[in-house]
Design a protein around this ligand. Structure first.
Ligand SMILES: [Zn+2]
Ligand SMILES: [Zn+2]
Length: 425
């Protein structure tokens, strides 16, 4: 039996991969314009990093990690997300010692052991941004504006940013008590996961997708009810800045992101989806995380988005522009001597940057011209035994169907001149 790719992974073939490249180019472009630099961290890390950095009570750490022992009996995990690794790199490379803030972005594969029937991938891809070393609301506003701007440039429809403040440890302690008071009489009706969350992290009950839990938490006290003065001021300023940047946003007090290290700002970007809105980006402030992974107390904020999700949204709103691989010239060589002479010509043209192909199968004239048609080449240059002896080559304009004979020695200069004219036009 033929070997198949692992469940939950995908082969990105030509025809599809161009859409990915388009999105990746847009991402790199906007990051450069906003002054964010790329960071590339390892695909696997010590398991402990994610236990500490993502939080031991989260589903990611409890159920979804690809963890293995390496040959030295160390527990390693394929990265399930990007933020913990970026914070680890920030600490390990002492980036906190240089100019602040450090504005970084990453793109690449992430790994989670998800049930394949849920339509999710086990190897999926994320783009994310992290700003470390700055705690002012203007940083939060810049990060949100970057993703807002990206989605608008992509032409996504029905965009809306949802923001909330989940407070800090001080105001969250008060909220926790109020929330537990509210939930106490309802506790036994909550789902099994939420019953466990009740003691450790009741805030996450507000985030539960179980319909019963959602109903039971209607009217529950939100973190906005108990924000301390500092958190309240931060949230107010953030909203003013978002308005100033003309970002369409809405305060959503039920938006509590599932990870333990979030502080103050939490946000999502929603997009029009089939029949409803759905989130295609999530992020927030995580002022406690760098310390959690062994660094100095450092504020941080970031977001991550699933590339697959954004591409799906892009398809709904008209899609990425079609990009195709296209030859300018197809060199049609007939016979062994013509082939080796043709290969020399093609090599020289490629050095000059011309998109050019030569037949690799020893096909007939007809088959080679058909192939040239398929790649939508502008010209075919036909070289056979007879042309070689006369020192000429036939240049056929495939769009107009016209052809002319030119001296073999003049071909390169002639074609390059036409190419430059066509590129300019
Ligand atoms: Zn607070
Ligand atoms: Zn629940």
């Amino acid at each position: 039996m033929a070997i198949q790719r692992p469940k939950g992974t995908q082969d990105l073939l030509p025809g599809v991969v161009e859409k990915w490249q388009y999105l990746e180019e847009q991402i790199r472009k906007i990051c450069r314009e906003y002054g964010y630099e790329e960071i590339r961290t390892p695909m696997f890390e010590a398991t402990e990093l994610f236990q500490r950095g993502v939080g031991e009570t989260t589903d990611i750490v409890n159920k979804e990690m690809y963890t293995f022992l390496d040959k030295g009996d160390r527990s390693m995990t394929l990265r399930p997300e990007g933020t913990a690794s970026v914070c680890r790199a920030y600490v390990e490379n002492k980036l906190y010692g240089g100019p602040q803030p450090v504005k970084l972005y990453y793109t690449g594969p992430m790994f989670r052991y998800e049930r394949p029937q849920s339509g999710r991938f086990r190897q999926f891809h994320q783009f994310g941004v992290e700003v470390l070393g700055a705690d002012k609301p203007i940083v939060d506003a810049e990060v949100i504006t970057l993703v807002w701007d990206l989605y608008n440039r992509l032409g996504l429809k029905g965009l809306e940013v949802h923001v909330n403040s989940v407070g800090c440890p001080t105001c969250r302690a008060e909220h926790k008590i109020k929330l537990q008071e509210f939930l106490a009489p309802r506790r036994e009706h909550l789902c099994k996961d939420c019953q466990e969350r009740y003691e450790k992290n009741p805030l996450r009950i507000l985030d539960c997708k179980n319909p019963t839990c959602q109903e039971l938490t209607q009217g529950a006290p939100t973190t906005l009810d108990t924000l301390c003065e500092d958190c309240g001021q931060h949230f107010k300023e953030l909203q003013e800045l978002l308005s100033a940047a003309e970002v369409v946003y809405k305060v959503d007090p039920r938006l509590v992101r599932g990870l333990d290290y979030y502080r103050k700002t939490a946000f999502e970007v929603l997009v029009e989806d089939i029949g409803a809105q759905s989130a295609i980006c999530g992020g927030g402030r995580y002022d406690g995380l760098v310390q959690e992974v062994g660094g100095p107390q450092t504020p941080g904020i970031g977001f991550a988005m699933g590339i697959e999700r954004v591409l799906a949204a892009l398809n709904l709103s008209g899609g990425a522009p079609d990009v195709e691989t296209k030859d300018y010239l197809m060199l049609v060589a007939l016979g062994e001597r013509a082939q080796s002479e043709g290969f020399a010509i093609v090599s020289r043209l490629r050095k000059k940057g011309l998109p050019v192909s030569i037949d690799l199968l020893g096909r007939s004239l007809k088959a080679q011209l058909k192939a040239a048609d398929r790649t939508k080449a502008n010209y075919a240059a036909i070289l056979g035994q007879e042309e070689l002896e006369k020192g000429i080559i036939i240049l056929r304009n495939l769009t107009l169907g016209e052809q002319e004979e030119i001296a073999l020695k003049d071909l390169e200069e002639y074609v390059m001149r036409k190419y430059r004219e066509d590129v300019k036009a």
